[in-house]
Design a protein around this ligand. Sequence first.
Ligand code: ATP
Ligand code: MG
Ligand code: MG
Ligand code: MG
Length: 479
Amino acid sequence: SEWSGDAIRRRFLDFYAARGHKILPSSSLVPDDPTVFLTIAGMLQFKPIFLGKEPRRVPCATTSQKCIRTNDIENVGRTSRHQTFFEMLGNFSFGDYFKKDAIKWAWELTTKEYGLPPERLWISVFEDDDEAFSIWLNEVGVPKERIKRMGEDDNFWTSGATGPCGPCSEMYYDFHPERGSLNADLNDDSRFIEFYNLVFMQYNKNDDGSLEPLKQKNIDTGMGLERMARILQNVPNNYETDLIFPIMEKAASMALVSYGKADDAMRTNLKVIGDHMRAVVYLISDGVIPSNIGRGYVVRRLIRRVVRTGRLIGMRGDGHENSEGAFLPSLAETVISLSSEIDPDVESRRKSILGELLREELRFVQTLGRGEKLLDELLDEALGSAGGDKPCLSGKDVFLLYDTYGFPIEITAEIASERDVTIDMKGFDIEMENQRKQSQAAHNVIKLSVGNETEIVKSIPDTEFLGYESLFATAVVKA
Ligand code: ATP
Ligand code: MG
Ligand code: MG
Ligand code: MG
């Protein structure tokens, strides 16, 4: 297709630049805002302007923002449309234009520039937003069967528990128009994909949940670049676009397999690797170093998932300089080779990115080597002693792997489930609690809550790692 990911991004920015928007760079994945964990949307760098805490420098702007959504981690490779790392194209009005222009431009861009057939486009509006409904119907000319009123879950956008927010209107693409408009459900992802969200940002949500009108009415939008690429490149999912697929092909070649001939499980594994490799390269480039707390734990978890998945499909290092058989540095090279239009700074940080990845991979392989053998034996035992019951790994065993071998629970669970064994999380929690009580006596234990998108990120210097619970739960550190 003529539409490379780079061309789609460029066209979006040029379209809005021609309509008075200033093209601004993506901000970091680490927001300049202690209440936000990671950058999940294009609007974050403009939050102070929307809230009236900072003056606007331009009336309107357009960006392609790097985003990470850890809440979509379980969707990676399972749905066709979610990654943890993606780019959000956005146009923003700071008290300048509002609903009518935002809607008309979104339509013009989508149908005239990208050339999507109008009869394939469906619209959602917030249930009581008659104004947006009428603009789509009367001024744009979308037939009313294809404009759906939807509730708060889909059509009231907030960036977190508090902050700027408002009703939104979204554009969907229909892959199966032959199914007709009767009973069409925009959330049916075998038929539709949401690709462009127009937020009419006119409120601030307070701590108590109340909505307070902002001084100005703003526009905040987001179009998923990989989703538009998926539509225009006519491929079955975001992963097979030119933005991600080369990384998966690299991984496939290092595992001596072919994506084209692979079964679904193998394809899912390659998608996980393709997505997570982008996430970790851009996170490290933005200064997030693998660790056991906060954002660093997100990177660590993603890296470990790539290493585990890569080993599962038989990936081997391909002799990358000084890589000691590790395969992350080579994969990262492919990610970096695709980075120039996404983030021009990544190339210049190549060396430190590769170094971090190599260090973390080798460290984890050591851990895995020790734990995997033991886990295999424990699983044999669990399978042998299950009798008629569903085989289950005891909380004691899971705790032993975790505490003594540094085995993340998610990985124990993943490996166990490959042999149809569940893990006893209740029993594990009891073991955890016991250890907590014991170490409380001996050490000064600090409980640290991490991973909540809206919670203030705390960090404690000189901590010694004790272990993991889960990505979004509690990490225990010894002071
Ligand atoms: P979905 O309902 O598909 O999960 P969303 O409603 O959570 O998407 P928004 O918060 O409205 O997404 O974000 C704006 C746009 O960003 C979406 O319309 C989509 O194009 C894109 N987007 C959101 N999440 C992802 C993701 N995990 N991977 C790729 N693109 C995404
Ligand atoms: Mg979502
Ligand atoms: Mg949605
Ligand atoms: Mg949405």
